[in-house]
Design a protein around this ligand. Sequence first.
Ligand code: ATP
Length: 358
Amino acid sequence: MASLTLQNIGKKFGRVRALSRINLQVDHGRFCVLLGPSGCGKSTLLQIIAGLTLQDEGSVLMDGKSVDHLSPRDRDVAMVFQNYALYPHMTVAENLGFGLRMRGTPKDLIKERIIETAGLLDLEPLLARKPRELSGGQRQRTAMGRALVRRPKLFLLDEPLSNLDARLRVSVRLELKRLHQKIKGTVLYVTHDQVEAMTLGDQVAVMREGRLHQLDKPDAVYDRPADTFVAAFIGSPPMNLFQGRLIRKDGRPFFASDDLLLEVPANLAGLAGKRVEAGIRPEDLRLDPVHGATFPARVEMVSNVGAEKYLHVKTGSTELTLRAAKDLSFLPGEKVNLSVAPHKLHVFVDGQRVNPLE
Ligand code: ATP
């Protein structure tokens, strides 16, 4: 296994700038997830790392050494794609061993690796079957096995679960996490599914339009989004975001908009007078007063999602969403009093987070 470093990677396709100055470090044995909306450049970045596409600028390093001059084969990287293709006429065992056979690996070693890999992925009872005799999840495991059996320096996985139905996705995701804990490979995993990113990643790289917006641990990306794009992109229901100003009142700093007046942490007092954007996660808007001041709102709609309820409320003309316990009942038109603790407010100036790290 190797560490991966990307230095200032840039790529254009004609006039489309697919990647701009991407810097990324994935340490040996870590699981890094590239997360972003469709077209943000995730697949292009994987192709560059694998050596299948050439970057215009920057460098790809493995274990600190540039691999830019190496062919895909010599980079010793294994890729698993969304549309993994298994050879239909070969058994699971033959599919697993194919890459090694092509590399001229001795037969005994191939057999040993197939048995070991099948053990890791619970494929032993299926080794003699053809792909058409497998379920979607078993095929996916075989595709993973083909990558694993080679013991590459780096795994690149491009939306490997997106062909599976929702239930299978959850179970294969858990298997993947367990597998990573066992083999401790260095993984770069592409997805646009934030739950997948948050549950699998040791670190999450959030991308948009060819740029890396934040590289952090999953809880840091959620708790301290670096900018308003990450704040709005991560979390469901999404963070409530409002335009307003920072003002000072009775010597204390507040976020003020036409409809809201919310105290912010004292260490933001220096921003008084600035136009800002404030964000509140739905779970941080509380029906019980967590902080002295409350503000009134009117219930517009209630979404019952089983384990809890989402309350869509309005204060003035400002709409907000909050989470509420499932055993509470609300009627449209009902008045509620809301509060938010100052340290739960996310504050952004020119789209960038200004709250100091807690
Ligand atoms: P998705 O999640 O939809 O797969 P992605 O984040 O993987 O998207 P890429 O496939 O890397 O995005 O594409 C990044 C940008 O580069 C897009 O604007 C895409 O249209 C463009 N692009 C990718 N490959 C080519 C190509 N071969 N020629 C021209 N433009 C391309």
